[in-house]
Write a protein that binds this ligand. Structure first.
Ligand SMILES: C[S@@+](CC[C@H](N)C(=O)[O-])C[C@H]1O[C@@H](n2cnc3c(N)ncnc32)[C@H](O)[C@@H]1O
Length: 226
């Protein structure tokens, strides 16, 4: 059974995302209605385009490396990394996986033609029994994953587990849209403070990001374990 047959095509619409340096266009299906994992968030475009910007200067930056994406949603960041040559495991809550897998399937041939690879697995933040935490990754990416209070500690715990159980310490790239409400500001400050206890956190200036995909409202961080 094809992945698409379990979805009504009238519920979905595609968004095309150009990866300029390799002249490929990703087709990402979004849903008309649904949870936060059914739409492409701007923070994912900023991170995907940042990876592309680095590859413009260092063409082998992602070639063959193992990348883990947390809270992938529709998979823009992970699928971009895979199209740029990485071996990517995209993860999210179990209920997000059917649409994520549909998007992987839709872009499979483009990814394969660039030597990359993408699979989707469930990884719920804070679940320390996940087999994924035993794997070694060179890089972890996550976009717009800090938006509700209950997830802050589990998300930091997962980032720590991914650094503690393995010998190699992966570099982490994170983008987050900074929203205006007091609750969201407080959430971000709390997350940033807790993250900084365990990790070195460096803000990547806007002038190092993609010229057309950057915003003062979206922070991009490079993070390393202390
Ligand atoms: C705002 S969306 C961002 C999606 C995608 N990264 C993007 O930027 O387009 C947040 C994502 O985190 C996932 N998520 C939320 N809580 C989670 C949890 N406890 N464990 C794993 N994923 C979670 C959601 O399902 C959703 O896909």
């Amino acid at each position: 059974m094809s992945h698409r047959s379990s979805f009504q095509s009238s519920d979905m619409f595609p968004r095309e995302i150009d990866i300029e340096i390799c002249l490929k266009t990703l087709k990402i299906y979004q849903k008309m209605e649904g949870d936060v994992n059914c739409v492409v968030w701007d923070a994912s475009l900023v991170l995907a385009k940042y990876l592309e910007t680095i590859c413009q200067k260092k063409p082998d930056f992602l070639s063959g490396i193992k990348v883990l994406e947390l809270g992938s949603g529709l998979g823009v960041v992970g699928l971009t990394a895979a199209t740029l040559g990485a071996q990517v495991t995209l993860t999210d809550l179990p209920e997000a996986l059917p649409l994520l897998r549909l998007n992987i399937n839709e872009n499979k041939s483009k990814i394969g033609s660039m030597g990359g690879y993408a699979i989707a697995e469930s990884l719920v933040w804070g679940d320390s029994s996940s087999e994924i935490l035993k794997e070694e990754f060179d890089m972890i990416v996550l976009a717009d994953c800090v938006y509700y209070e209950e997830a802050i500690d589990p998300l930091i715990q997962t980032l720590q587990c991914l650094n503690n159980t393995i010998t190699k310490k992966p570099i982490i790239y994170l983008t987050q849209e900074l929203r205006d409400s007091d609750i969201q500001k407080r959430l971000w400050d709390t997350f940033y403070e807790k993250l900084s206890e365990f990790f070195y956190v460096e803000k990547i200036p806007e002038d190092e990001q993609h010229a057309n995909y950057r915003s003062p409202d979206i922070v991009l961080l490079r993070i390393n374990k202390k």
